[in-house]
Ligand binder design. Structure first.
Ligand SMILES: NC(=O)c1ccc[n+]([C@@H]2O[C@H](COP(=O)([O-])OP(=O)(O)OC[C@H]3O[C@@H](n4cnc5c(N)ncnc54)[C@H](OP(=O)(O)O)[C@@H]3O)[C@@H](O)[C@H]2O)c1
Length: 240
């Protein structure tokens, strides 16, 4: 008997959470395609996966590139939307409000645009997993902007789960995760911030990309999960 092989596409799969998810999902029953903008980074991620994945470089914030990618890809079963965005952090009194619009353009629109373009070829028995952030669930000073951006994804997921049924649509909300997302900080500053968050987090550490990949893999594989926000933050939400 021939075994069915499924196909998962990870937008933003060349680094951090997306790459860890590719490593987790890739196997005899699952083909994986990873994407990102930077070809070198994508190639190095592909090598990290043992050359077993497919890869495609394009910018998910450019609708034409997104459309072209999905039109040439063929049928897929699972879509993981891990493309990044980093705008919107900082005290509200001095927040540049145009950062909220830029954050939407860098993260929310690319994730929604990929889902829209994937719909014609996405298996209705499959799944979609967005990546938001726990900042949208925290009452912590300094995250109003980034929470406004990420909160949009938390809001649309239950609606899409009903509108696109039986396709399953979920979202993970990661806490502070040690990935290249934090590379905008100098190493010393990054270590100070991580130590501070580790102290506040009930499990006593910041997260690893693999922690979130495990949460995503659960949402991908569990056929009874849809419309859900899965917070993966070591308990930070209740303690920050
Ligand atoms: N790390 C954290 O603490 C944390 C916490 C909460 C939520 N998150 C969210 O988790 C998701 C993954 O972040 P991460 O921590 O894994 O960051 P990361 O290591 O920087 O990975 C981001 C990935 O997205 C790709 N990407 C960014 N913009 C893209 C675009 N326009 N088109 C295509 N690919 C794009 C990047 O590749 P290229 O740069 O080559 O395009 C890379 O593969 C993000 O949505 C982030 O906001 C992260």
């Amino acid at each position: 008997m021939t075994k069915t092989i499924q196909h998962a596409v990870i937008i933003g799969g060349s680094s951090g959470i997306g790459l860890a998810t590719a490593r987790k999902l890739l196997g005899p029953g699952m083909k994986v395609t990873i994407t990102g903008r930077n070809e070198e980074k994508l190639k190095s991620a592909w090598k990290n996966l043992g050359g077993a994945a497919e890869k495609a470089a394009f910018d998910a914030s450019k609708p034409d590139e997104v459309r072209q990618f999905f039109e040439s890809l063929g049928p897929i079963d699972h879509l993981v939307l891990a493309a990044s965005g980093g705008k919107g952090l900082g005290p509200f009194s001095t927040l540049d409000l145009s950062d909220i619009g830029s954050g939407v353009d860098e993260k929310v629109r690319p994730q929604l645009s990929c889902l829209q373009a994937a719909l014609p070829t996405l298996n209705k028995a499959g799944s979609v997993t967005f990546v938001s952030a726990v900042s949208a669930q925290l009452a912590t000073p300094g995250v109003a902007g980034i929470a406004a951006i990420n909160g949009m994804l938390l809001t649309v997921v239950p609606i899409l789960a009903v509108e696109l049924k039986p396709l399953r649509v979920n979202v993970v909300a990661p806490g502070v995760i040690d990935t290249p997302w934090w590379d905008f900080l100098a190493e010393e500053q990054r270590q100070t911030i991580f130590a501070d968050y580790a102290g506040k987090t009930p499990v006593g550490r910041v997260g690893r990309a693999e922690d979130v990949a495990d949460a995503i893999a659960f949402l991908v594989s569990n056929g009874f999960m849809t419309g859900q926000v899965l917070t993966c933050d070591g308990g930070l939400r209740f303690a920050a």
